[in-house]
Each structure stands twice: as structure tokens, then as C-alpha cells.
Design a protein around this ligand. Structure first.
Ligand code: NAP
Length: 452
């Protein structure tokens, strides 16, 4: 049995029976079979269904958001925004997939030569609980529009959301088997990856899960896309707009109760403005409303599981021993972790080196641009970095100095269906979203037509 518990009040909200070996086999057989017909459908047929999925998301967003909040403790207003964003990505690919996958003509000695983008078959998606809908839809919308088939292994604590996602595609009219959720634990993943009916795997999750999945897929010579952890820096130069930058930094760190791969986890402040910045930042963070995630005005909910809150507490305690100072918050009560600001953080401390998956912001001061770049790049992660300054020319000049997969200037790092999303270093490889995301799981077939 896979048990779903409400992390806010501990109530058991669902117990879902794990699939048997036979049921997994039947699901893979159905997926394989469905691929034969689905790949032959036209873009306009797929597009109609994907637009219907977007409508279904919008029509029943309250119901889907409620389940998300009950399962993982995200404030309800943020759960609603997540469901709406899923409708956006469905619409985006419904409208753009055909163009993105049209033949790419290349002039050679042939009469005609081009690259054709063809679907590869059944793709396994192993997904995390922090954005239970978004993580799945940003994989599923391009995959299905491309003619591939989706099999989902979702995180064990969001199995009802996983079932809802399958229901959404069915309600939209997708043929049975185009998208299936498997209620299974992570111990079943290896066997599924090794199954010849699975052609590729995408994982959003932690580094250990990424290594495990990529090793097995590597042995089987199957393509993987890995979206792993992050420890994004927020770099604030002395000329930055103080008020606006503080607001963006608060959102970057504390939305989703800090449980986001792309959250701004390391605040880097130029020495001259550090004091003023921290004064305003503390005031704004103190004003964030914590509480029942089902209440509309709650901004900070609870962490999805108590062990996650305990891990964060451990990281904080270790860092304090290493010399860090708690400026605000720092206390845990069960699954709830106070919005926290920690100053005096240096490169060798735990909360600087490791990913902190909760509402804790570490603060480090820097002297000049060179030091800021070196602090950013010292991280083992490379998902993204935000730079705050009024000097856009300077900011653009330093973009190429960062190792990360994304640089956002005067904005938090965020995902947008129109832009590629993904990391470098231990944040993973491959890209999701935009034309780059839809190209990941395609056979780029070289076609050469010569007339004697
Ligand atoms: P996780 O423990 O890695 O779990 C993610 C998924 O992988 C779950 O479905 C989990 O199943 C499964 N899994 C775990 N270990 C596995 C293994 N050895 N073999 C096969 N499957 C395995 O991660 P999490 O704690 O749920 O999520 C937080 C992490 O995800 C953070 O590091 C965060 O930064 C990262 N993340 C990255 C992105 C991105 O786009 N880069 C986005 C969001 C989150 P079970 O639940 O059954 O264990």
C-alpha cells in the first residue's frame, strides 16, 4: 500500500494499492501497443486533445489544487497557480509542436536532404512531489504532442495527484494508454527501465535518484534527461533597486515553502548595501503569513514530510556550529519550519555547499564582481543564477562567466514554456520546455534523397 498523508494535520487521505508485476506488464503492453497508432495521428488531432486537457485543467482547477495542497502542504493559492501553469504548457505545445518538429532542410550534394523528427516510443517519467502537476505536465505535453507515450512513476506521497493527471488526459479524450500512471514504489523503477518497451527516461528529483536511474539507463543504452537539485545564487550589486530586489528575493526563496529546485538559496550581497538590504529583507520575511495551507492568504505552508524539516534543521545546526548566525527564524515545529535568514555564511559551510530544501536563505557578502562570480561558481550545482543591478550592460557582460544553465537579470529564475529549462554540473543535463525540450526524446532521422 502507498499511503498519502496530509503533512499539515497528519490525516491519512488515501491508501493506494501498489501495482502487481502483472499489472505493470499489462500497462507496458498497452503503452507499446498504443504507440503504434498514436505515432500516426496528425498534429491537428493531437493538438485538439491537448487543448481539451488545458480546458479540463482550468475547469476543475479547484479540485486538483485541493488535492495537491492536501498531499504535500503547498499553500492553496500556489497550488491553483501551478494548475493554471499546466494549462499554459498544454496550450503552448498544442500550438507550437508541429512547427518545432517540422523537417529541418539541410543543403548537401543530394537532391533533397533533411532531418526528420520522429517519436521514439514509450518514455518513463520519474517525478518529484514539490510541483506534483507542473513537473509532470512539462514532460507530458511535449511528449504526447511529439507522438510519444508517457508512463509516470510519481513520488509516493502524491499518488492521488498522479491519478488525477491520468484522469485529465482521459477526460480530454486521449486514447487509452497514451498516458498511464503506475502506482509503484521506487524499487520497481530499475526493472521498468530495463524493459525493452521503455525507450528513454526522464527524472526530476535528487542526485542519488539521478545517479541510480542514469546508471541503469546507461547500461541499457537508453537516453536520459535529468533535472536534479539546485542551489541558485541571488547576486545583488550595490546599484540594485533595493525595494524591488528584496521583493523578488523573498519570492525566489520562500514561495512553495522553499521546496523548489530553482529557489534562490544563496543570497550574495555586495558589502556596501548588505546592512540596508538585510533590514528590509527581514521586515518583509517577518510579514509572510505562515499557517494552514488551505487558507487563501497563507504564503508559507508546511514541508511535505517531517524528515525534510529535520534535514533542514540539521543543516542549519551544523552551519551555526561552523560560524553562521541566525538573523531570523530558525525553529522547527514538526513539519513546519519558520522562514529563516542566516548570515555570516562562507563557502565551506553546510548550507552554502548543500541544497537547502525549505524556507531558509543563506547570506554571504562579497567585495567585487570577481568575488561574486567565484562564489556563484563554487557550488556543485548549476541550475541558475539571478543578478540584480541597474547596469544591464555590465550584467550582460558577465553572463558568460557563470557555469549555470540559466542567468536571469533582475528576475528570479523561473520556468516558462517558451524558454529551455535545465542545469549543468550536478543539477543534471538535458533540457525541458521550448523547442529544446520537445527535441530531447526524438529520433533525429537523417534523410538523404539522391537521384542518379
Ligand atoms: P527524490 O527522492 O529523488 O524523488 C524523486 C522521484 O524519484 C520520486 O518519484 C521517487 O520515488 C523516485 N526515486 C527516488 N529514489 C529513486 C531510486 N533510487 N531509483 C528510482 N527512483 C527513485 O527527490 P524528492 O525528494 O522527491 O524531490 C526533491 C529533489 O528534486 C530536490 O533535490 C530538488 O531540487 C529536485 N528537483 C529538481 C527539479 C529540476 O527541475 N531540476 C525540480 C524539482 C525538484 P519515491 O517517492 O517513491 O521515493
Amino acid at each position: 500500500m502507498i499511503i498519502s498523508k496530509n503533512p499539515y494535520n497528519g490525516e491519512e487521505i488515501a491508501s493506494i494499492k501498489e501495482l502487481s508485476k502483472k499489472e505493470i506488464n499489462d500497462a507496458l503492453a498497452l503503452a507499446q501497443d498504443r504507440f503504434k497508432t498514436w505515432r500516426k495521428t496528425t498534429f491537428s488531432e493531437r493538438s485538439k486533445l491537448m487543448l481539451a486537457a488545458a480546458k479540463e485543467l482550468e475547469k476543475n482547477k479547484a479540485e486538483y489544487a485541493k488535492t495537491i495542497t492536501q498531499e504535500m502542504g503547498k499553500p492553496i493559492s500556489q497550488a491553483l497557480a501551478e494548475v493554471e501553469k499546466c494549462a499554459w504548457v498544454c496550450r503552448y505545445y498544442a500550438e507550437n509542436a508541429e512547427k518545432q518538429l517540422s523537417n529541418e532542410v539541410i543543403k548537401t550534394d543530394a537532391n533533397k536532404s533533411y532531418v526528420a523528427y520522429e517519436p521514439i516510443g514509450v518514455v518513463l517519467a520519474v517525478m518529484p512531489w514539490n510541483y506534483p502537476f507542473w513537473q509532470v505536465f512539462r514532460f507530458a505535453a511535449p511528449a504526447l504532442m511529439a507522438g510519444n507515450i508517457g508512463i509516470l512513476k510519481h513520488a509516493s506521497n502524491v499518488m492521488q495527484s498522479a491519478e488525477n493527471i491520468q484522469k485529465i488526459f482521459e477526460r480530454a479524450g486521449f486514447p487509452k494508454g497514451c498516458f498511464q500512471n503506475l502506482a509503484i514504489g521506487s524499487d520497481k523503477v530499475e526493472e521498468i527501465i530495463r524493459d525493452p518497451r521503455i525507450k528513454a527516461v526522464t527524472l526530476t528529483g535528487s542526485k542519488p535518484a539521478g545517479s541510480a536511474i542514469a546508471s541503469v539507463a546507461g547500461e541499457e543504452i537508453k537516453k536520459t534527461v535529468l533535472e536534479l537539485g539546485g542551489s541558485n545564487a541571488l547576486v545583488v550589486f550595490e546599484d540594485a533597486n533595493l525595494e524591488k530586489t528584496v521583493d523578488v528575493c523573498v519570492q525566489a526563496r520562500y514561495q512553495n515553502t522553499g521546496q523548489s529546485c530553482i529557489a534562490g538559496k544563496r543570497l550574495l550581497l555586495q558589502e556596501e548595501i548588505a546592512e540596508d538590504f538585510l533590514a528590509l529583507l527581514s521586515k518583509k520575511v517577518r510579514e509572510l503569513k505562515s499557517g494552514d495551507p488551505m487558507e487563501e492568504n497563507t504564503y508559507v505552508g508546511v514541508l511535505a514530510r517531517e524528515d525534510l524539516a529535520e534535514d533542514l534543521e540539521k543543516q542549519l545546526k551544523e552551519s551555526v556550529k561552523q560560524g553562521a548566525k541566525i538573523l531570523l527564524g530558525g525553529k522547527r515545529n514538526g513539519n513546519y519550519f519558520e522562514p529563516t535568514i542566516v548570515t555570516n555564511v562562507s563557502m565551506d559551510m553546510t548550507i552554502f555547499k548543500e541544497e537547502t530544501f525549505g524556507p531558509l536563505l543563506s547570506v554571504t557578502n562579497f567585495k567585487d564582481t570577481e568575488e561574486a562570480i567565484s562564489l556563484v561558481n563554487s557550488s556543485a550545482f548549476g541550475l541558475g543564477v539571478s543578478v540584480f543591478t541597474e547596469d544591464l550592460d555590465m550584467a550582460e557582460k558577465i553572463v558568460s562567466h557563470f557555469d549555470d544553465g540559466a542567468v536571469f537579470i533582475n528576475e528570479l529564475v523561473k520556468s516558462d514554456p517558451r524558454l529551455p529549462f535545465g542545469g549543468t554540473k550536478t543539477s543534471g543535463y538535458g533540457r525541458e520546455l521550448s523547442i529544446h525540450g520537445i527535441h530531447e526524446f526524438m529520433n533525429r532521422k537523417t534523410v538523404y534523397i539522391h537521384k542518379f
